[in-house]
Design a protein around this ligand. Structure first.
Ligand code: PNS
Length: 162
């Protein structure tokens, strides 16, 4: 059975993420979307909130499950009996960042990483930019599901009033 892990911070999940998740799910029997912590980023949403948003957004896809992980991605892949990691690549900056992680993960455990090129309409979309634009009052609804957009709107409002 082909079981892959699609890891990310998903803070919050965007339509770009969902494009990659849906296409990755079509290539494998089971896809575990793994919500992790990127130590270099300050999150807007708790890990549980991010899992909730992904669970709702991926509800229609068979073979897709959502999980939280902490610690090393390669340890999580081993626990899950996943033979590979799948990620999206948007641009050259992603390539530089991702290749080093893929090489490190392969050196640590032998797990390989497969990349899908992001659909061009989402290549400029990132969770970080969504948070920045939403935090400054911009409209991020084109980049999110309606349910996630509503959560982002509420969180931006809470953050501006504290
Ligand atoms: O969406 P992001 O922020 O690019 O996701 C990054 C994430 C969480 C997938 C990455 O930081 C990660 O794999 N963290 C787990 C810790 C780990 O294994 N670090 C070594 C990577 S070589």
């Amino acid at each position: 059975m082909t079981r892959a892990v699609c890891p990310g911070s998903y803070d919050p999940v965007t339509l770009g993420h969902l494009d990659v998740i849906g296409r990755a799910a079509a290539q494998v029997e089971e896809l575990v979307v793994a919500v992790g912590t990127n130590v270099s980023k300050r999150a807007w949403f708790t890990p549980d909130e991010r899992v909730d948003m992904l669970t709702e957004a991926c509800a229609e896809w068979r073979g897709v499950s959502i999980a939280l992980f902490s610690g090393l991605l390669v340890d999580f892949c081993q626990e899950q009996h996943a033979s590979m990691v799948v990620k999206g690549l948007r641009n050259g900056a992603d390539v530089d960042y991702e290749i080093a992680m893929a090489q490190m993960n392969r050196r640590l455990s032998g797990v390989d990483t497969l990349y899908l090129a992001t659909a061009p309409e989402w290549s400029f979309v990132s969770s970080s930019l969504v948070r920045e634009v939403a935090g400054l009052g911009g409209d991020v609804t084109p980049f999110l599901t309606p349910a996630v957009a509503e959560r982002v709107r509420q969180r931006a409002q809470q953050r501006s009033s504290t």
